[in-house]
Design a protein around this ligand. Sequence first.
Ligand code: SF4
Length: 483
Amino acid sequence: MTPPFPVAAGRYESFRENVRPRARLVVREGDRPFRDEIDLQAQWFGGEFGRCFTGTGGEKIEILQFGHWNRGAGPDFTEVAVCIDGELRRGALEIDIDVRHWERHGHLTNPDFNAVILHVFTDQPALNRIFTCTADHRHVPQLLLPQFTGLQGRPDFLPEAFPGRCVTPLNSMSDTEVNSLLVAAAQYRLQQKSERLRIMINSTSSEQAMFQAIAEALGFRRNKTAMAILAQRCKVRDLLEMEAAEREAWLFGAAGFLDPGLSEEGIGEKARAYLRQLRDHWGKRRDRIDSKSLRAINWRCDGVRPLNHPQRRVGALACLVGHWERLQPFWEENVNNFEKQVNNLLKDVRHPFWEHHYTFRCEPSRIPRRLIGKDRLRDILGNVIFPGAIRLEPACWSEYAGLGRVDSNQKLRRATLRLFGNNARRQKLFTRYYHQQQGLLQIFEDFCLEDASDCGDCRFPEQLTQWRGPVAIPSARDGIYAG
Ligand code: SF4
């Protein structure tokens, strides 16, 4: 039995706040940024950083409306509403990787940026403060974001794989104590995901938030942000009004997969016919999106298994929209047995081309392959269905807690090795369930990813004593001191 949701999440949250290092990685001149600016904007717009912040000048900042993502010249977001120290301000918002880009990109002297009410960035120089000023000499409040969000982690960064300093104190804790820590971390993670969805729902709509979250789950690690950008460009409301073929063309076109650069030479007959059909539909509709002004989406194909190729994922997303009326109730109604019902739905997501192809160009496979397999099912459940459903029905935590494990990945393997060393029994015992794996990932992201000292400065091992049950103090009645 695990504690009801979110009882344990609060305990983990206070533990985390007391233990986590306060230091922030400093970006020096010439350092490569952790991410692309468009990725950062997509994460911001998707509510991944939250909506309540403290500005660099100590201001209390609340984002009331995330506004419109401006694809053309001028500030990144327009029609934004922000409450700063209790005062409502409306205008534009600019997001940069580095605060110095305001000047370097010429915004300091560009009157188009006079409407900016908040300058958001992730990096600033270590020693001197840079202020943001408009061409009409107005100071703009600034907001320094975390360099990466807890839900996503720093891209492509994995700490060394070795047993961590916390192995010994964890070994001295009972299985029940370790499990309660993992359960609490898992509840906290689920709560964070749920909160992020709430922000997305508030700034868009329930159906658009669900659509983006599903797109992200299909993008999995490497193309999560790329799929989020695609979902932000193609609103599900518009897609639902289209015929299936048109919807597919719209998604593939906005993804950049129908660009003239993709030659039809060397493509099989079936693929060529399919590609032409998509291009025909896209040609009729593309004027509705000013696609020339859109920055290309940065799709990642390195290290992606053929079955997870982004073209196949976009195909799966298009098919899922065709079953939309079966998806929405998962966030709206009290559902019995989410896993079975979502699995049944995903079995029906079929496509004559994408069941046999990984990309437009590859050789077809004779055997059809499921468009959305077991691990994506678990991720859709864990990242979309349950975080959305638990807002209305906290009791669905018990079903979440019973979800079986997903196949291990590099991050999970490192987390397990770091926390449990070579203790095979514990490695197995604490990765049997999805929620345990999620708890491990949360601890790994909160502590290992924030540590730059090979465990030397990490306070997690010492503070683990906080997590143990009350230490039994022997009394005379126990007979220990008898005699
Ligand atoms: S960084 Fe901290 S939590 Fe991670 S392995 Fe080292 S001691 Fe353990």
